[in-house]
Each structure stands twice: as C-alpha cells, then as structure tokens.
Design a protein around this ligand. Structure first.
Ligand code: PLP
Length: 383
C-alpha cells in the first residue's frame, strides 16, 4: 500500500475515540465526550418518529426542507433580530462539522492562512488541512481565557484569508464580550477577511450573559458564515442537523462545496428540528438553567477536590488545572484516571499547536445527569 496523503499527517485518531474506548474498558463515568445522557424534548423525538412513519425517508432538497429553512430564519429573527431569506440565505448541513468543513473548502485557497482561537475544536485542524490552508493559532490563555485583540491583530498577514471563531467557546467556556466581538469585526473589515463563526452553544451562555452573533456587527453581515446546529441545543448530537446563514453569495459558495460532501442528509430529522426551533422561551430558558446548575455542581465538586477550576461562561465543559493536585501533564493524567478512579476526562493539550499552554489543563463535560456527576465526584476522591 502507498503512504496516505500528506493532508492526513498529524490527524491520527481523535482523543475522543481513545478515551471513550478506555471508558468502556474500565466501566468509567465518561465525562470526556460532550454528549448529553438524556434525549431532547419529547415533541422533537415524536415528530422525527412520525416523519419516518409518514415516509419522509428519501433525499431532502440540497439546501434543506423548506420548513426547516423557514424555522432557522425565524429563529435568527426572534433571538437576534437578524433577517434572512429562507430560500437564498439559509443552508441545512450535516451538523455544524460539515458546515465548517464546507465553509473552509469554499473560501480557503491552498496556502491561505486561517486564524483560529486556540485551543481549537478538533475538527477545525482537519478542515483547514483538507482545504490546503495553514492554521495560525491565537491562544486564549489560562486562567481567564480572554481573547487578546493585539495578538489577533499581530497574527494577520497578507496570506490571512479566514478568521474561524467559536463562541461560546469549546473547550474553555469563554463567551466573547461585546468589545471582543467588535474588535474581531474591526480586524476582519480592515483586512477584508471572511469570518466563519461556530455558534453551536448559542443557547448555553450562563449567568445572564447574552450570545451575540458576529454577523450582527458593523460590516460583518456580508463577510460572515454563521454556523449552528441542533445537536447541543436540543440534546440530539447524533442527529447531525446543522445550518449556515449568510448573504446569498455566502450561502451559495458554501452550498457548492457542501453538495459534493454529503449532498443532503437527515430527511426525517429536518422537519422535527423545524418544530423544535419554534419551541417557546421556556424550553430555551430551562435548558440553560439546567446546564448552569450542572456546571455549578461539577465545578463546586472539583474545587473541593483541589483542582484549579475555571468556571465556564458557556458550553458543556469545565476546564481545570491539575497542578494544585501535584500533576503536570494532562495526557498522562487522563490516561491514568480511568484505571485509578473510574472517570474519563479529556486533556486540553490535544486542542493546541502551542501544546505547552494546554499541558496542565483537563476538560470535563457536565452535560450529564446530576447523579452521574455526583458519582464521578465520589470516584475522584480516590485521587
Ligand atoms: C459539538 C461541536 C460541534 C459539532 O456539531 P455537530 O452539529 O454535531 O456537527 C461543532 N463545533 C463545536 C465547537 C462543538 O462543540
């Protein structure tokens, strides 16, 4: 067999596969991968089942079923006062993951630089590599993981084409502030950059913080590929229904790439997600309140155990520093943890190019039932 292509070099197997396998082998509580252990709203599940029974099982239209595109447009209007034409400014994708990949393929020429906030969500590195781009990290640094706008400005070169932004940010839990977002917008406008924003945790910003889409800032509407997904908002991460909103030109460009990745997917899930997006505010409010209280449960427990805890502003994840417990390397720590305590977590290091920055940091998911979080905390007393 020939060697595989260069673009796969360094991608390996995701850390989630390794850690989830360890979780199964050691019967551990898995706080590694960020999937909820309870399904989303009943009406959503029933609508998908009904759609399958009603024969909604063949290829949906390439841009997504009209009811879902309309529901996405309505959602953007309702929460952010952003107006999109569902026929020309909305694209349904196979999760946010495909949307990010298609957006990168649509805008990155070989050799172009893509600036992304480090630590990165793991599919970004692969998506940039597949597009032939070069990733350039701007690090969100411990302990507070704020964006340094001077560092962002300094990272821009004549080869920079795209800013890939994620807020609320996985894994740090940072929710970018109004000033940070305005600063990103100013850099993008000044250097005429495309901005791809991953907003899958848009409904999971805590303590009353608003989520603000970058597309709503000055000069950003025409250069932003806005991406979200049903997975996190409706606790159906296995459904892989995501979407893109933007100008007709942006949506056409991303569609052109997307149509030859999967063309289309999720026929019975699409109308079900359309219904869920229209759920009342009480759904969104209780989702957020519920996750916020689990955040606090896990953060309080980890603090009590002696970890350095960074209480996240959003998302499913808390980041801890393991040095107060006498450990220095998150990968060693996470490999030891399942055998020793029966708990699985994820080392930050794998999300960095500057691995030193992530070495003592470990990520724990709190999108789990409170009993399971308590069980994990009890087990961690073995440390
Ligand atoms: C979970 C996650 C995704 C993946 O979304 P899908 O809709 O499942 O593809 C993308 N980005 C971030 C930051 C995530 O945490």
């Amino acid at each position: 067999m020939r060697e595989h292509a260069q673009r796969l070099t360094g991608l390996g197997t995701t850390i989630f596969a390794e850690m989830s396998a360890r979780a199964v082998a050691t019967n551990s509580v898995n706080l590694g991968q960020g999937f909820p252990d309870r399904d989303g709203p009943d009406s959503l599940l029933e609508d998908a089942i009904a759609a399958i029974r009603a024969g909604v099982n063949q290829y949906p239209p390439g841009r997504g079923v009209p009811a879902l595109r309309q529901a996405i447009a309505d959602h953007q209007k309702r929460f952010y006062d952003l107006s999109y034409d569902p026929d020309t400014q909305v694209l349904v994708t196979t999760g946010a993951t495909e949307a990010v990949a298609a957006a990168l393929l649509a805008y990155v020429e070989p050799g172009d630089e893509v600036i992304a906030l480090e630590p990165y969500y793991d599919s970004y590195a692969a998506g940039i590599a597949f597009a032939g781009g070069r990733r350039v990290p701007v690090t969100l640094r411990a302990p507070d993981f704020r964006l340094d706008l001077d560092e962002l400005r300094a990272a821009v070169t004549p080869r920079t084409k795209v800013l890939l932004i994620n807020s609320p940010h996985n894994p740090t839990g940072t929710v970018l502030t109004d000033d940070e977002l305005r600063g990103i917008g100013a850099v993008a406008v000044e250097h005429d950059l495309v901005v791809i924003t991953d907003e899958v945790y848009e409904h999971l910003a805590y303590d009353g913080r608003p989520h603000r889409p970058l597309a709503s800032y000055d000069g950003m509407a025409e250069r932003t590929v806005s991406i979200s997904s049903a997975g996190k908002t409706f606790a159906v991460t296995g459904w892989k229904i995501g979407w893109v909103t933007g100008t007709p030109a942006v949506v056409t460009a991303v569609t052109t790439a997307k149509q030859f990745l999967t063309f289309t997917s999720g026929a019975p899930f699409q109308p079900a997600v359309a219904g869920a997006l229209a759920l009342g505010n009480e759904y969104y409010d209780s989702l957020r309140a519920d996750l916020q209280s689990r955040r606090d449960l896990l953060c309080d427990g980890l603090e009590e155990l002696g970890f350095g805890v960074h209480r996240p502003e959003g998302t499913y994840f808390v980041t801890t520093d393991i040095r107060p417990l006498g450990h220095t390397d998150g990968i060693d720590f996470c490999r030891m943890l399942p055998e020793r305590t029966g708990v699985v977590a994820i080392p930050h290091q794998v999300f960095y190019d500057n691995t030193d920055q992530g070495r003592p940091l470990v990520r724990w998911a709190f999108c789990k039932q409170p009993e399971l979080l308590r069980e994990a905390l009890t087990r961690l007393r073995e440390l």
